[in-house]
Write a protein that binds this ligand. Structure first.
Ligand code: G
Ligand code: G
Ligand code: MN
Length: 500
């Protein structure tokens, strides 16, 4: 579950980051395109006042004369031969006295806000047939020369990129849109960026594209989006495989504990001379839903290394307690319950409390709790450890040295008189055969135990001969396949409750 969330989050984060980068890149390209368009537009628009300036230069001298036919001819000539120019006119104050268009009929300028600026945009009026126009005005010694330019040419210059409707022509405080409207700029007008001509007092205005536009993203970045999605899913999938492959044994074990896949099995401990079951040793069994049965030799060392041996043991103790309590009335008194304990549990300071809880649960019918501490793992016999073992003895817990003779200096442990029982390892028991000298080693071990006044449990008894020999040596408790294999509780109850 945890892994699935990590995976999904990672995939989504990757996809979002990719989408963000694509969005930014598309916005950046669109902004650059807009800026380039504005610069191109300035260049193209510059050519228009260039023409008006030439026409003005050729007609400047006419401002001093009167509006004769020759004067009109010269004005019309300029207007007709220069493609951008609509009219060339001579003004005194606000009165137009000679024009390429109206001839020598003096006419007042109808525009309410006549401006003496070099370039002025005017909305259409009656004379101009409601077509907006730009006036290029030059003061002369007497009056002005006014050259008007129709908006068509201006609007053309605003269209370097046909699909880009956002450029405007700005002169003074007025603006011509590409739709051909002349508007006065106010502080409330939408903000636009300006590229100003270096030759004439006008600018081309443009707005930056919106930061996010689903339209732009899908139409221009569709392919990239699909690729990002595929990439994110692939990385997510690879990560999933990687995580699945590299989960440590400890992690698997932790999950197994959470999912309650580990359960206690019970191997009966038998009195060799009477054949009665005196109790059992609890052995952990992991039933993995996919991998099937996992043997403890595999996961117990992993648990010991990862510090999970304590939770595992506590879990088993709790299970044993919960499973057995309902049948307490039917079980014999002083039941021997052997539990395997990791060295770490002894030094953790938790063991005494755990045992007290366990024994309290069985207070109705006292049991003999035997902690089996293996000799294969080193156990530091510090003052702290010894104090813990003493505490355990005070609670009535018995301590058994497991796998005796196979590992770390069991003899020196015995010297501390901390143990009550030794469990003779199956490797000694298995040596007992009909051969005359085969019992020598096990005899030595038994001798040591006797000299140290320790009880003995022999484990790994597989044959009748071994059982007989050990019983003859007065070893009270035996354990092994010859009697019983480890079994689940239901079977244990069967064999215990059917035999006297
Ligand atoms: O059955 P067997 O194969 O059950 O056990 C293999 C090894 O795992 C033995 O050394 C046994 O002592 C150990 N073992 C089994 N169950 C437990 C357990 O609950 N705790 C500890 N510490 N060791 C266990
Ligand atoms: O280390 P410990 O003594 O806790 O281990 C007990 C181990 O011995 C378990 O793995 C258990 O299954 C195994 N076992 C119990 N009886 C026999 C037996 O008769 N023969 C063999 N080979 N193993 C046994
Ligand atoms: Mn054991």
């Amino acid at each position: 579950m945890h892994q699935l969330i990590t995976n999904t989050l990672c995939t989504l984060t990757l996809f979002s980051a990719g989408t963000l980068v694509i969005t930014w890149q598309l916005w950046h390209s669109a902004s650059t395109a807009m800026q380039t368009a504005a610069h191109q537009s300035v260049k193209r628009t510059d050519a228009i006042p260039d023409e008006a300036r030439d026409a003005t230069n050729s007609t400047m001298t006419l401002t001093q004369g009167s509006c004769t036919q020759d004067t009109q001819y010269s004005l019309s000539h300029e207007a007709a031969l220069k493609p951008y120019i609509r009219t060339v006119a001579l003004l005194k104050g606000e009165v137009l006295w000679c024009s390429s268009f109206t001839g020598n009929y003096p006419q007042a300028i109808h525009q309410k806000d006549f401006s003496t600026a070099r370039l002025t945009l005017y909305p259409g009026d009656r004379i101009a047939a409601d077509i907006p126009f730009l006036v290029y005005l030059t003061p002369a010694s007497v009056g002005y020369v006014a050259v008007s330019i129709s908006d068509v040419h201006l609007r053309d210059a605003l269209m370097p990129v046909p699909e880009n409707p956002l450029l405007t022509l700005v002169a003074g405080n007025r603006m011509l849109t590409r739709q051909g409207n002349v508007m006065t700029l106010k502080s409330s007008s939408p903000r636009q960026l300006l590229v100003t001509s270096s030759h004439y007092p006008f600018s081309i205005g443009y707005s930056l594209p919106s930061g996010f536009s689903p339209d732009r993203l899908f139409s221009q970045g569709g392919m990239l989006l699909i690729m990002t999605a595929i990439l994110s899913l692939t990385v997510g999938w690879l990560l999933r495989r990687y995580l699945a492959k590299y989960t440590t044994p400890a992690e698997n074990l932790r999950k197994a504990l959470e999912r309650r896949e580990i359960e206690p099995y019970y191997q009966p401990v038998v009195n060799g001379s009477t054949g009665s079951i005196e109790g059992f040793e609890v052995l952990a069994r992991w039933k993995h839903p996919q991998a099937g049965f996992i043997p403890p030799d595999v996961f117990i060392p992993a648990a010991e290394k990862s510090g999970l041996i304590i939770p595992l043991t506590r879990y088993l103790m709790h299970q044993v307690q919960a499973e057995l309590i309902p049948f307490l009335g039917q079980l014999p008194d002083g039941l021997h319950i052997g539990i395997n304990i990791g060295a770490e549990h002894v030094t953790s300071g938790l063991l005494v409390g755990d045992c007290r809880v366990f024994l309290d649960a069985f207070s109705r019918k006292p049991v003999k709790l035997v902690l089996e501490i293996t000799e294969r793992e080193p156990l530091d016999m510090t003052a702290e450890t010894l104090r813990c073992l003493t505490e355990l003895h005070k609670c009535g817990v018995l301590l058994a040295l497991d796998d005796f003779g196979t590992g770390y200096s069991g003899l020196s442990y015995l010297n501390e008189s901390a143990f009550d029982i030794i469990k003779i390892d199956k490797s000694f028991v298995s040596r007992i055969t009909p051969e005359p000298d085969s019992t020598r080693l096990v005899d030595c071990v038994i001798d040591i135990a006797r000299k140290m006044s320790l009880s003995i449990v022999a484990e790994g008894v597989e044959t009748q001969q071994q059982a007989r020999y050990l019983t003859r040596c007065d070893i009270p408790l035996l354990q092994g396949y010859y009697f019983f294999r480890p079994m689940p509780l239901s079977e244990l109850l069967n064999v215990m409750l059917s035999k006297p």
